[in-house]
Design a protein around this ligand. Structure first.
Ligand code: SF4
Length: 435
């Protein structure tokens, strides 16, 4: 039987789909590359914003039409929406056959087999705070960049965030499992590895902290680049910054979610740091690694945010000059503290503030990219460029897409490219010395 997996949301969900693909193929299912050939369609869903949920519900409803032609087709929902909404999802759409939460993926083969015997709706959403999917080796998609999950869940309860409710408490995978996975993906040809977790800086397994894990990962010969996501500013230690700077494989790129530049808002977000602390970390990172690219997430229009408080966020973004920022208008999530705050901001104000942040960041990103002209960057060549068959595209260590003329035989290799131009958020260049 063939399963088609459609994934929404963050890298954690992408990694979970790779895990689910492994669980299913180990029990004789096949992964369908095309939805038309599927006997089972699984939507791996995201709850982080209402918009994300609405989009998935629209997609599920659309695909239900397939059931008219193919009576045996089964459609299931897994991931954060499955965990958050549980049976409510099936009440909204009675054609959903199964709903499986983030800690119950090992049961998927049994659930699906049973459905073909006895087509009764099934739901498994119990949170298991010990589940780390030990000994399951994900099927990595792509060819060059692999995600390796180092921990699951989150203990932080930022007041706007649904994740701790749908992914349970923080638990770290054993060090040896992580290192073996990294070694293995490297041997398979993935030279760029991203260590993944909701808050990687609080990784802790039998007294091995994140800095030590990075140190040990850096010794693995089969890989060339290490990245990690997501970092929490309150837990990013000086030791981690030191290891980043000292470890040749750890790339000069960090995604560090600022969320707000105002201390009162940060406190009401339950973020555990101040704007000054955040700025201080940025300074330390830039001092330790002058070429580092720092990207961020920022929320506009958090409940109660005054014009002045918004201005603090705007000013801090301007002062820091992130290489890129993912900016969002606040989206209330039922079940979180912030959704209960009585001082919600009008939608039009949230949108207006968001627009201001987007415009500001566009200017900064353009400036940052122009500053790269004249530099030489090591590019991991990934593919032929979408725009021209003569051009190749790859990423620099500081995570910038770079396009240059070159032969297809260079795909998968590391090449030094001199940057000659910056068009939007793409760098253009020439292979150094024409080699
Ligand atoms: S650290 Fe905060 S924003 Fe990130 S997953 Fe945990 S609760 Fe959500």
């Amino acid at each position: 039987m063939k399963v088609f997996l459609e994934t929404y949301g963050c890298q954690m969900n992408v990694a979970d789909s790779e895990l689910v693909a492994s669980i299913l193929t180990n029990t004789n299912f096949k992964i369908a590359e095309n939805i038309d050939e599927a006997d089972i369609i699984i939507f791996n869903t995201c709850s982080v914003r209402q918009h994300a949920e609405d989009r998935v519900i629209g997609r599920i409803n659309n695909e239900m039409a397939r059931k008219v032609k193919n009576k045996n087709l089964k459609i299931g929902v897994i991931g954060c929406m499955a965990q958050r909404l549980e049976e409510k999802l099936q009440e909204q759409n009675s054609s959903i056959d199964f709903i499986v939460g983030t800690d119950q993926y090992k049961k998927l083969p049994e659930i699906i087999f049973n459905l073909f015997e006895n087509p009764e709706f099934c739901s498994e959403t119990i949170v298991n705070n010990n589940e780390i999917y030990k000994d399951i080796y994900p099927i990595h998609k792509g060819r060059f960049n692999a995600f390796v999950t180092i921990m699951r869940g989150c203990n932080n309860f930022c007041s706007y965030c649904i994740v701790p409710y749908v992914r349970g408490r923080e638990r770290s995978r054993p060090v040896d499992d992580v290192l073996n996975d990294v070694q293995k993906v490297g041997e398979m040809g993935f030279k760029d590895v991203t260590l993944l977790g909701q808050n990687v800086n609080s990784y802790n397994y039998q007294d091995v902290n994140f800095a030590e894990l990075l140190r040990q990962t850096n010794k693995i010969k089969s890989i060339k680049r290490i990245r990690f996501i997501t970092s929490h500013p309150k837990d990013l230690s000086d030791e981690v910054i030191k290891v980043m700077a000292e470890s040749e494989k750890v790339c000069e790129h960090l995604h560090l979610a600022m969320q707000s530049g105002d201390n009162e808002i940060l406190q009401r977000m339950n973020r555990g740091y101040t704007a000054e602390h955040f700025y201080n970390i940025v300074q330390k990172l830039r001092k330790a690694m002058p070429e580092i690219a720092i990207t961020t997430d920022v929320i506009a229009g958090f409940p109660g945010e005054t014009e002045e408080q918004f201005q603090h966020t705007f000013d801090l973004m301007k002062k820091i000059e992130f290489d890129y920022a993912f900016t969002f208008k606040y989206s209330p999530r039922e079940g979180t503290k912030a959704a209960e705050f009585s001082n919600q901001i009008l939608e039009e104000t949230r949108l207006e503030r968001l627009k201001q942040l987007i415009n500001l960041q566009q200017d900064i990103t353009t400036k940052k990219y122009k500053e790269q002209i004249g530099k030489t960057k090591e590019i991991y060549v990934e593919k032929v460029s979408k725009k021209s068959d003569d051009e190749l595209s790859g990423k620099s260590r500081d995570f910038k897409i770079t396009v240059f003329k070159g032969d297809k035989s260079l795909i998968g290799k590391f090449i030094n490219v001199r940057i000659t131009d910056a068009i939007g958020w793409t760098l253009k260049g020439e292979i150094e010395n024409g080699k």
